[in-house]
Design a protein around this ligand. Structure first.
Ligand SMILES: Cc1cc2nc3c(=O)[nH]c(=O)nc-3n(C[C@H](O)[C@H](O)[C@H](O)COP(=O)(O)OP(=O)(O)OC[C@H]3O[C@@H](n4cnc5c(N)ncnc54)[C@H](O)[C@@H]3O)c2cc1C
Length: 324
């Protein structure tokens, strides 16, 4: 018996979320009196694989296969199902992101295993296995009972945090059987944004909405982000209108993030936007409308024109940094 974690890496380096997933899985493993196994797909050096042991993984299974240049859903599902059987895993943990949402439901069907998606806490009970998940765009919670022998969970990012629990991890290279039917899709090319902070990994995010009025006004957002070591984001209409790339769009249909600090500039705070950012530890909103819904979600609010407030904030941050 074990708890299996599906980890994700970016060019051979684990994403921060992978450490959170292992930390979370390890707590479940402790409750179940078992151990945590992490699965890594793609080329990752042993030194990097070993890092998963810091968060409690005692076994790290590494799968490398040239045919898996990108996410091939069927193949990933087949590999994970083989590892579930090999490791006798009873709980499988994914991130509640594009990857998790693409693969976890397929695995659920393949293994006839119950799936609780978007969970945000440890199980409140093991018998029956009961776990809290977010529903209605994070406006409410539901307690889900998973009755099947294998349970599949997708964890909301930053819902649990990262905790160190050093384990002497062993690395096992595994060559799964892949059939042609597992490789129906061939990834011809992958284009990646380089040199930028990964939005989903960022501790601070500065975000702009339609209140910024146009792409020509994004200079102060980028300057503030660069001063704070932050990533930039935007609301959906901003990316729909082509002011910013869809890579930055946060919300129900965009990226789900939970940084320590989220600065929302000229964003109304519609429910679909909040669905992607409401787990941020601290929300600061700048909006000229005192009745904008974003102020209900915000910890700090500045009522004013973002185009005037942002340059003042930039001066204040520069002064603060100079005096530090
Ligand atoms: C199925 C569905 C899915 C959706 N998914 C998403 C999603 O994932 N993410 C998302 O963001 N939206 C999503 N939306 C759209 C969402 O409903 C809102 O329309 C959108 O979030 C509004 O974006 P906004 O706040 O930037 O623009 P607006 O609604 O136009 O709000 C602009 C805000 O800026 C303020 N403002 C104007 N000028 C200034 C100024 N100079 N200084 C300061 N403040 C100013 C205004 O008071 C206003 O509050 C979705 C909608 C649907 C139906």
């Amino acid at each position: 018996m074990s708890v299996l974690v599906f980890t994700e890496n970016w060019d051979g380096k684990f994403k921060k979320l992978s450490f959170e997933l292992v930390s979370y899985a390890n707590e479940i493993a402790k409750k179940l009196n078992t151990s945590t196994t992490a699965l890594s797909i793609g080329k990752v050096e042993d030194d990097e694989l070993k890092k998963l042991g810091t968060y409690g993984a005692v076994k790290i299974i590494s799968v490398e296969n040239d045919k898996l240049k990108g996410l091939v859903n069927q193949a990933y599902t087949s590999i994970i199902s083989q590892v579930v059987a090999k490791e006798n895993a009873t709980v499988v943990v994914f991130a509640n992101n594009y990857m998790g949402k693409a693969v976890a439901p397929r695995l659920s069907v393949k293994l006839k295993a119950g799936l609780a998606s978007g969970v945000s806490a440890l199980p409140s009970s093991l018998e029956p296995f009961t776990i809290k998940k977010k529903v209605y765009s994070s406006k409410a919670f539901a307690n889900i009972v998973v009755k099947t022998p294998v349970k599949i969970l997708t964890l909301f990012q930053n819902a649990f945090g990262i905790t160190e629990s050093p384990a002497n991890a062993t690395i096992e290279k595994f060559s799964p059987e892949l059939k042609d039917s597992d490789l129906k899709t061939e990834i011809l090319e992958v284009s990646k944004h380089t040199g930028k902070l990964l939005l989903t990994d960022a501790e601070i995010v500065v975000s702009g909405g339609r209140g910024m009025r146009g792409p020509e006004n994004w200079g102060p957002i980028e300057e503030l982000a660069s001063l704070l070591g932050a990533a930039t984001a935007c609301s959906r209409p901003v990316s729909d209108e082509g002011w910013r790339t869809h890579e930055e769009h946060t919300g129900q249909t965009g990226k789900i993030i939970a940084p320590n600090l989220y600065i929302a500039c000229g964003i109304s705070g519609a429910i679909q936007h909040l669905a992607g950012v409401s787990s941020s530890k601290c929300i600061v909103a700048i909006n000229k409308d005192p009745d904008a819904p974003i102020f209900e979600a915000a910890d700090y609010g500045i009522i004013g024109d973002a185009l005037k407030v942002l340059p003042e904030l930039i001066i204040a941050v520069k002064e603060l940094k100079a005096s530090a």
